[in-house]
Write a protein that binds this ligand. Structure first.
Ligand code: F6R
Length: 366
């Protein structure tokens, strides 16, 4: 059942190219020019009437929602807020008939996410669910459902479900953009072409898993580390940090790189590992200056950057290169080495990778 892999998590990491392909599937037309999201029944008029968007989810799905916010805001310029479901449902969120609520849940059964969905509907919002389980509670109660075709996810730590949620956000963002005309046809085609290259690019970087394994064995002896990044890199940093914590039990924190100097820099000392996500080219110069701040205080910096980025390579101790794509799509590649990092660090520490302590796959209680 693990198809020759030692753990479900590793199998699921390697299933990502297929999950990307299946989730894109027939949702891109044959000419690669348009998104065909027929399961979203919102009419063009209803899309025009959207004033704001709330994305609501828990854990890893919440982190997909953070990427979703930057994707939608960039593509369609509609304000998006991303909330943790357990906060959203109790904070009297300002929901109107012009609010689109997007709930994200692998299982479709998470109690807080389901309660947030109900709260949104009670307030008259239209709800789209992004879920991996056909027929789940969330899928039954939402107005529209975008199914992620990642296939069953067994490991407690979510990998292919998360990346398929990213693909779903790219498709939805493009669908909204082509309806509203906020991106021209050429830009949409360029993004679609880059999306279609992702599965092969994931395969390419999985071929370098050994480099990550070696680095993971190094960090497995540490008790604390940091992830830093800006923009979409910050969202991925948060997911990388969660993944590492939940299965390796190494404490880590994800920081918006520019925010470090407002307190957290006090924790940077000789030898501490800092993992810097540096794919967002328009922010690179700023990220490099944050890398210099931590290096000056003795941090050992491991960067994840696009191949051939010499500026980053010369500023850090070690760099893991990912294939080039549009900055918007970078999270779908940059998270993969972080999943492998968590996996190999957990293994090096002798933990139960697929069933980490204290955690359950599906959280159906508050
Ligand atoms: C982390 C993880 C959890 C889930 C969260 C939401 O790897 O798996 O953080 O993402 O419990 O679960 P779903 O997506 O089923 O609502």
């Amino acid at each position: 059942e693990k198809a020759g892999f030692d753990h479900f998590m590793l199998k699921e990491i390697y299933e990502q190219p297929k999950a990307y392909r299946d989730t894109m599937g027939s949702r891109i037309d044959e000419a690669g020019q348009r998104i065909v999201l027929s399961e979203v029944k919102l009419t063009p008029q209803q899309i025009w009437d959207i004033h704001n968007i709330h994305i609501v989810a828990c854990g890893t799905a919440y982190h997909a929602g953070l990427v979703g916010k930057s994707v939608i805001e960039q593509l369609v310029r509609i304000p998006v807020e991303t909330d943790v479901a357990s906060e959203y449902r109790y904070r009297s969120p300002i929901i109107t008939a012009h609010t689109l609520v997007i709930v994200v849940s692998q299982s479709g059964e998470t109690a807080d996410t389901l309660a947030a969905l109900r709260e949104a509907k009670r307030n008259g919002a239209r709800v789209i669910a992004i879920t991996n389980v056909v027929g789940s509670s969330v899928s039954r109660e939402a107005d529209d459902v975008i199914t992620t075709w990642a296939g069953p996810e067994i490991a407690v730590a979510s990998t292919k479900a998360y990346t398929s949620q990213l693909i779903a956000f790219y498709l939805l963002g493009l669908h909204l953009a082509q309806t509203l005309g906020t991106q021209d046809a050429a830009a949409i085609q360029e993004t679609i072409a880059a999306l279609q290259k992702l599965p092969e690019q994931v395969e390419q970087l999985l071929g370098h898993a050994e480099e990550i394994k070696q680095y993971a064995e190094q960090i497995a002896t540490h008790d604390d580390l940091f992830f830093i990044g800006r923009g979409a890199d910050y969202a991925v940093a948060q997911e990388g940090s969660l993944k590492l914590k939940e299965i390796s039990y190494i404490h880590s924190e994800a920081y918006a790189a520019g925010e470090l100097k407002h307190g957290t820099l006090a924790l940077i000392e000789e030898g501490i590992p800092v993992i810097a996500l540096a794919t967002q080219e328009q922010l690179l110069e700023k990220t490099v200056s944050n890398i210099k701040e931590v290096k000056a205080r003795g941090a050992q910096v491991f960067a994840i950057a696009f191949e051939g980025n010499h500026e980053i390579a010369k500023s850090v101790d070690l760099v893991f290169e990912i294939p080039r794509t549009l900055p918007l799509l970078a999270p779908a590649l940059s998270v993969v080495p972080l999943q492998l990092l968590a996996y190999y660090a957990s293994l090096a520490r002798g933990n139960d990778v697929d069933k980490p302590r204290n955690l359950a796959k599906s959280v159906t209680v508050e």
